[in-house]
Design a protein around this ligand. Structure first.
Ligand code: NAD
Length: 288
C-alpha cells in the first residue's frame, strides 16, 4: 500500500479548522504561528509560503517576519525576544538554514520553550528523552518525527515489540523519531554513516524510517517482505532532476506492507504537525 499523504493531510487540516473555529468562540482568537525567515534561500522561501497557505487552511493565524540575509545576529535575537513576549503569538518557528554568520544554537535556545513549535530547545529535547509516553500536550517534538508517528497511526501499524530501524541520527529527525518509536514499545536500532552491515540490519526490520538525504539509497535487497517503510528523505534524483526520497520506491513498493511516497508522504504531514504543534502551544500557554 502506498500511503496517501495528501488525503490524510486534508483530513488533519479540516479537523484543525473545526477546532480553531471553536477556539475563536471561546478565546476571541485562534492560535498564531510566528515564523522568522532570514534571507532568501529558495527552499526556505517555499516552505514559509507553504506554512502561510496551510495555516490559512487550518484556520490558524501566521505572522512571518522576513529579515535580510545580512541581518546581524542581535537583530534576529531581538525579533525572537519580541515574539517570545507577544501575547498574540503562540508558536515560533525559525526557518533553517540561517546565514553562516549567525549562530543557530544561540538563536534556537532563545526561543521560549512553551512556544518552541519545532521542539529544538534544550528544554523540549530533555522532555522528549524523559517522557515515556508520546503525549504532545506535555512537550513539543520536531514536526517531522511527529508526522512519522502520525503516518504509522493512520495506517494502524502496531509498534509494540516490533523491530524498527531508523537510518539517520540527526537532532531534527533520526534521534527524536527513534525515541518516539521506543515510547511505543518498538525495539529500535539507529543506523548512521558508520554502521556496518546496514543491508543485513535493514532486512530484519519490521519498520524502516529512512532519514539520510541520499537519493534512492534503500533498495530492494534491504527490505524484507511485509515491511513498513517511511521515507523522510527529500532529494533530487540525479537521473531525472525530479524530487525523490531515500528509498527506491519503484524497486521496493511491491514487497512492502506500507510505503510513503516522495513527494506526497511525510512532507505533506510535516506541515500539519507544525499546525498541531502551534495548537498545542496555544493550549499549553493557557492551561499549563
Ligand atoms: P542530516 O544530514 O542531518 O542527517 C543525515 C543522517 O544520515 C546522518 O545521521 C548520517 O549519519 C546518516 N547517513 C548519511 N549517510 C549514510 C549512509 N551511507 N548510511 C547510513 N546512514 C547515513 O539530515 P536530516 O536533517 O536528518 O534529513 C535527512 C533527510 O530528510 C534529508 O533528505 C532531508 O531533506 C529530509 N527531511 C525531510 C523532512 C520532511 O518533512 N519530509 C524534514 C526534515 C528533513
Amino acid at each position: 500500500m502506498i500511503f496517501d499523504g495528501k488525503t490524510v493531510a486534508a483530513k488533519i487540516l479540516q479537523t484543525l479548522e473545526e477546532e480553531n473555529a471553536a477556539l475563536r468562540e471561546t478565546y476571541g482568537r485562534v492560535p498564531c504561528l510566528g515564523v522568522v525567515l532570514v534571507g532568501e534561500d529558495y527552499g526556505s522561501v517555499r516552505y514559509v509560503a507553504s506554512c502561510e497557505r496551510n495555516a490559512k487552511r487550518a484556520g490558524l493565524d501566521c505572522k512571518v517576519v522576513r529579515l535580510p540575509e545580512n541581518s546581524r545576529e542581535e537583530e534576529v535575537l531581538s525579533v525572537i525576544r519580541s515574539l517570545n513576549e507577544d501575547k498574540d503569538v503562540d508558536g515560533i518557528l525559525v526557518q533553517m538554514p540561517l546565514p553562516k554568520h549567525i549562530s543557530q544554537e544561540r538563536i534556537v535556545q532563545t526561543i521560549r520553550p512553551e512556544k518552541d513549535v519545532d521542539g529544538v530547545t534544550d528544554a523540549n529535547v530533555s522532555q522528549l528523552w524523559k517522557q515515556r509516553r508520546n503525549d504532545y500536550s506535555l512537550f513539543c517534538v520536531s514536526c517531522t518525527p511527529r508526522s512519522v508517528m502520525r503516518i504509522l497511526k493512520e495506517a494502524d501499524i502496531d509498534l509494540d515489540g516490533k523491530n524498527a530501524v531508523v537510518i539517520g541520527r540527526s537532532n531534527i529527525v533520526g534521534m527524536p523519531v527513534s525515541k518516539l518509536l521506543m515510547n511505543e514499545n518498538a525495539t529500535v536500532t539507529v543506523c548512521h554513516s558508520h554502521t556496518k552491515e546496514l543491508p543485513a540490519i535493514l532486512r530484519k526490520a519490521d519498520i524502516i524510517v529512512a532519514a539520510i538525504g541520499k537519493p534512492k539509497f534503500v533498495g530492494a535487497d534491504m527490505v524484507r517482505e511485509g515491511a513498513v517503510v517511511v521515507d523522510v528523505g527529500i532529494n533530487t534524483d540525479p537521473a531525472t532532476g525530479k524530487m525523490c526520497g531515500d528509498v527506491d520506491t519503484d524497486a521496493v513498493a511491491d514487497r512492502c506492507r506500507l510505503i510513503t511516497p516522495v513527494p506526497g508522504g511525510v512532507g505533506q504531514l510535516t506541515i500539519c504537525s507544525l499546525m498541531e504543534n502551534t495548537m498545542d502551544c496555544f493550549k499549553r500557554l493557557r492551561h499549563g
